[in-house]
Design a protein around this ligand. Structure first.
Ligand code: GDP
Length: 313
């Protein structure tokens, strides 16, 4: 990407888009295009085409998506499949039609089958049934990957796709029930500390294993790949380290300074038992994650404290 290029970050209000925008600003790109949801609805094809015709971006980071944790995915299947299919179809097609030089599509490690080998290689895509709690979102993301590959094959469009493991960091959604596990627990422990509650409830058995990548590491990798990768094969990104939710809960409690006890509610879903991505392809290109989980949880909690006013109900 030359420095004069205009770069559109779709979804800059979200966790990933905001981090990509920060990374691009740090790298000194002056022509960054963004658009608020209120003024451009990415599920509206005519509006998206109009935006591309007027603004003519040269590079696109497609980080706009309807996302949510295990509860939201499970309870709003229609919203998750519809919004994601529309957003990605509109943006990828408009990008191709309006001469975008390259597009990076953000997928997710939940696209892989429930019984994929661990760590999960990119080749596991479409090799078995999906985890039911997030299959609607996963099916939409798989369609997005296939769309990137199809437009590359048929039209020679430079579309690449990056599959992150579970993400967290500043700018996350801290909704009490619809968020992912890190922000959900951070808020719950914080509120329990403030109210001096003796116990905090964590969903599921505590046994599922998850890998957590700080969103600033993801953003660095997204810029790195936009600059130096241009192939059809999807690329995983993670840290290589996994831990049980039980241990994560203790680390979040420590980051927050909550000293009460933790109770697991096994009536809530665990989701997939294990989800560790094989990052060897990206590591072979020279990329490395930089932010460890303890450090990342501490800085995310600092961000939460600075912004907590807006999370108050
Ligand atoms: P997943 O990786 O797609 O399952 O995404 P989540 O971040 O929603 O959940 C990860 C794991 O954390 C699952 O096993 C959840 O059951 C568990 N978990 C424990 N407490 C919570 C909570 O308060 N919110 C969420 N979202 N997950 C929780």
């Amino acid at each position: 990407m030359d420095h004069a290029a205009s770069i559109y970050v779709a979804g800059h209000g979200g966790l990933v888009g905001a981090a990509i925008l920060r990374a691009l600003q740090d790298r000194g790109y002056p022509h960054l295009l963004t658009h608020r949801h209120a003024t451009l609805d990415l599920t509206n094809q005519a509006a998206v085409n109009g935006f591309f015709a007027t603004e003519r971006p040269e590079y696109v980071f497609l980080a706009a998506a309807k996302v949510g944790g295990i509860h939201a995915n499970d309870n709003y299947p229609a919203d998750f499949i519809r919004d994601n299919l529309l957003i990605q179809t509109n943006v990828i097609d408009a990008a191709y039609r309006h001469g975008v030089k390259k597009l990076l599509f953000l997928g997710s490690s939940c696209i892989y089958p429930r019984h994929a080998p661990q760590p999960i290689p990119e080749e596991a895509l479409l090799s078995g049934p999906l985890e039911p709690t997030n299959e609607w979102y996963a099916v939409a993301k798989i369609a997005g990957i296939k769309m990137c590959q199809a437009y590359r094959r048929q039209h020679g469009f430079s579309a690449i796709a990056l599959m992150p493991t579970n993400l967290y960091g500043p700018g996350d959604n801290f909704h009490p029930t619809h968020s992912h596990v890190v922000p959900a627990l951070m808020r719950r422990f914080h509120e329990a500390k403030e109210a001096d509650l003796p116990e905090v409830v964590v969903w599921g058995t505590g046994q599922p294993l998850r890998e957590f990548l700080h969103v600033d590491d993801l953003a660095e990798a997204a810029c790195f790949l936009m600059e130096c990768y241009d192939e059809e094969r999807i690329i995983n990104i993670g840290t290589g380290d996994e831990l049980p939710i039980r241990v994560l809960a203790t680390q979040v409690a420590e980051a927050v300074g909550y000293q009460g006890s933790i109770r697991f509610d096994a009536t809530k879903p665990d989701g997939i038992p294990r989800k560790l991505v094989d990052t060897s392809r990206l590591l072979a290109m020279g990329w490395r994650p930089r932010i460890g989980l303890r450090e990342g949880l501490a800085s995310t909690y600092r961000w939460f404290l600075e912004h907590q006013e807006k999370f108050r109900r």
